[in-house]
Design a protein around this ligand. Sequence first.
Ligand SMILES: [Zn+2]
Length: 89
Amino acid sequence: MSPVRLFILGVLSYIAWRLIRGLGQKKRTENGQRQSRSSGVKDVLVEDPVCHTLIPKGQAIRLRRQGKTFYFCSEKCCDTFTGESGGEE
Ligand SMILES: [Zn+2]
């Protein structure tokens, strides 16, 4: 067996390995895009406990209190809520 033939075999196997690896990476990125798309479309509406307006969860102002999360349309409503329920502190 000639050393040139061995060299060509090595190069071919290297190219094949790179192709397989490249295909695997493409599949991974496609899956990632699908996941982010599905999670981005679904935006849940939440109710403001002060003025009872429905706001998309992503745009709402969040307040965590006693293990519960409250959502507000504006900082003004958030202030009103904290003023009503946390006055004793
Ligand atoms: Zn509000």
